[in-house]
Design a protein around this ligand. Structure first.
Ligand code: GLU
Length: 491
C-alpha cells in the first residue's frame, strides 16, 4: 500500500519549529517511498483559530522547501482539507457511534461538570466525566433533543481493562482505561473535538502512518477505541520526541525563539534550518551532520529515529548556518544576502522612518543597525531610569511580551493600543512604560519610532529581544512566581 502521511496543524498561532520538524519527517517518509504527503488544517477550535495562521503555516513550509501533494490550497481527492468544512462528516460519524451504542448524548451543564470535577479533585481523584447521562432512556433523550436542549456527544469507554497499542519507536504501550475519560466527540456548538475529527479524517484520507509529537501518546487509547468501533484499521503510530531547550525543558517561546518566522527574519538559510531539524533525534547512517534535503530524503529511515530528547541548540544551528553560508560561491552569497536584505521590501519599509531624519545617506546605517541586524548586547545599567525600579521594568517587559501575543495583525497601531492599555493597567505614564521597550528593542534609550520599529522587526524578533532584556536584568524567584501567575490570568 502506498504510504500516505500528513501533518495536521491547528491554525492557532505563528508557525512553530515543532510543526516544521514533524512536517519534515512526514514529508521524508512519504517522498522516500513515492507516497503522498498531506496538509490538513485542524481548525475545529473556533475560538482559538486565527484566519491568517493557515497562510503563514503554508508559507513557512514553502520557505523551507517542503512540498505537499494534497492540502487546503492544493486540493486533492479526499478534500476538503480544512476540518471546519467537514462538519457534516463528523456529525454523521458520531451519530453512527450513538446508534451502535458506542457514544451517548450528554446534557450536563458546564456548571454541573465543574462541580463534579471540583469534588473529584477534593477527593484526590483524577477529574473526569462521572457517567451521569450514560444510561438515559432513549425516549427521554429523543424528547430533550426535540426540545433543542444543549448537548454534547460523548464516547463510551470500557470501565475495566487496558488499551494496548504499538508505537514504532517505543514498542508496545499499555494504558489502563481507568485513565481514559469519556471524551466529548461533538461539542455543544456542533463542532467535533480533535479526537473524533483526527480519527475520521486519518481514515477517510487514507493515512497509513501517523507521525506526530509524543505529547499525543496519551490520546491514543481514545483513538484506538474509535478506530475499533468504526471497524477501521489504525494507521501505524510513530510519536516523535519533543524538541528541548539546552537545559532540557520543553522548547517554548518563553526561552528561545520557536517561530519559523524568527529564523527567516534573522537570516538563516532554509536549507540549513531543515538540515539542523533533520538531526533532531535522527542521524545519517554515516553520522555526517551536514547533508542536503535530497540526501536526507534518500537516506531517511524512520527506524533510525531515537525517541530521546533532542536538544535544539541555537549555537549549534548558528555553526551549521555558517557552514552553509561559507560554502556558497561569492555571487550566490551576494544574491542570497540581497534577497534577505530586500525580503518583504525591508528597505522600502525603512524609508519612511529614515528619510526625514537623513541629511546624507551615510547617516542611515548607524540609525537602522538594530532593524537590519542584531541590536547591541545589553547591560543592566542600560535600564537605569529615574522613576522606574528594576522590578517594574521587568514587569513591563513581561507584560508587553504577553500582551503582544494578542496583537493581530502585527502592525504599529495594534502595538500602540496594546502598550497604552498595559501602561494604564500598571498606572504608568506612557513614556515611562515605553522606555524599557525602547532599550530592549533597539539597544538604546532613543531610536527610531518604537512601534514602527517593532512592526518592522516582526513578532518573533521583538519577543526574542524582550526576553533577552529580561534575562539581562535577571528575575528573582519571587517575582518569577508572581509573573507566571500573571501569565495565567486573562489579559
Ligand atoms: N491538530 C493537532 C496539532 O495541532 C494534530 C495532532 C496530530 O497530528 O494528530 O498538533
Amino acid at each position: 500500500m502506498a504510504v500516505r502521511t500528513r501533518i495536521a496543524p491547528s491554525p492557532t498561532g505563528d508557525p512553530h519549529l515543532g510543526t516544521a520538524y514533524v512536517a519534515l519527517f512526514n514529508w521524508a517518509l512519504a517522498r522516500q517511498s513515492g507516497g503522498a504527503f498531506i496538509v490538513r488544517i485542524e481548525d475545529t477550535d473556533a475560538a482559538r483559530s486565527i484566519p491568517e495562521a493557515e497562510r503563514s503555516i503554508l508559507d513557512a513550509l514553502n520557505w523551507l522547501g517542503i512540498d505537499w501533494d494534497e492540502g487546503p490550497d492544493a486540493g486533492g481527492p479526499f478534500g476538503p482539507y480544512r476540518q471546519s468544512e467537514r462538519l457534516d462528516v463528523y456529525r454523521g460519524h458520531a451519530e453512527r457511534l450513538v446508534e451502535a451504542g458506542h457514544a451517548f448524548h450528554c446534557f450536563c451543564t458546564p456548571e454541573r461538570l465543574e462541580r463534579v470535577r471540583a469534588a473529584q479533585r477534593a477527593a484526590g481523584e483524577n477529574p473526569g466525566y462521572d457517567g451521569h447521562c450514560l444510561n438515559l432512556a432513549a425516549d427521554a433523550v429523543a424528547e430533550r433533543l426535540r426540545r433543542g436542549e444543549a448537548h454534547v456527544i460523548r464516547m463510551r469507554v470500557p470501565e475495566e481493562g487496558v488499551c494496548r497499542f504499538r508505537d514504532a519507536l517505543r514498542g508496545e504501550i499499555e494504558i489502563p482505561y481507568s485513565q481514559v475519560d469519556m471524551q466529548v466527540l461533538i461539542k455543544a456548538d456542533g463542532y467535533p473535538t480533535y479526537h473524533l475529527a483526527v480519527v475520521v479524517d486519518d481514515h477517510l484520507m487514507g493515512i497509513t502512518h501517523i507521525m506526530r509529537g509524543e505529547e499525543w501518546i496519551s490520546s491514543v487509547p481514545k483513538h484506538r477505541l474509535l478506530f475499533d468501533r468504526f471497524g477501521w484499521e489504525m494507521p501505524e503510530m510513530i510519536h516523535l520526541p519533543l524538541l528541548r531547550n539546552p537545559d532540557r525543558s520543553k522548547l517554548s517561546k518563553r526561552r528561545n525563539p520557536t517561530g519559523i518566522e524568527y529564523y527567516r527574519e534573522a537570516g538563516y538559510l532554509p536549507e540549513a534550518l531543515l538540515n539542523y531539524l533533520a538531526t533532531m533525534g535522527w542521524s545519517m547512517p554515516d553520522e555526517r551532520e551536514i547533508f542536503s534535503s535530497a540526501e536526507f530524503l534518500e537516506a531517511f529511515d524512520a527506524g533510525r529515529i531515537v525517541p530521546g530528547a533532542p536538544v535544539f541548540d541555537i549555537e549549534k544551528l548558528n555553526w551549521m548556518n555558517g557552514q552553509y553560508l561559507r560554502q556558497l560561491d561569492t555571487g550566490e552569497f551576494v544574491e542570497r544576502f540581497k534577497a534577505w536584505a530586500g525580503g518583504g521590501d525591508r528597505l522600502g519599509a525603512l524609508a519612511p522612518l529614515v528619510q526625514e531624519r537623513t541629511e546624507r545617506f551615510s547617516d542611515i546605517a548607524p540609525r537602522v543597525d538594530y532593524l537590519l541586524g542584531d541590536r547591541q548586547p545589553l547591560h543592566p545599567d542600560d535600564f537605569a531610569h529615574k522613576r522606574l525600579e528594576r522590578e517594574t521594568i521587568v514587569e513591563i517587559l513581561f507584560r508587553a511580551a504577553r500582551d503582544f501575543d494578542g496583537v493581530r495583525p502585527w502592525e504599529r497601531d495594534g502595538l500602540h493600543a496594546a502598550c497604552r492599555a498595559s501602561a494604564e493597567r500598571l498606572q504608568l505614564r506612557m513614556g515611562d512604560f515605553l522606555f524599557p521597550l525602547f532599550v530592549a528593542v533597539s539597544g538604546r534609550p532613543v531610536a527610531l519610532p518604537l512601534f514602527d520599529s517593532m512592526a518592522l522587526l516582526g513578532r518573533e524578533t521583538t519577543r526574542a529581544r524582550l526576553r533577552d532584556a529580561m534575562d539581562v536584568l535577571g528575575v528573582s524567584g519571587k517575582q518569577l512566581k508572581r509573573l507566571e501567575k500573571l501569565a495565567r490570568e486573562p489579559g
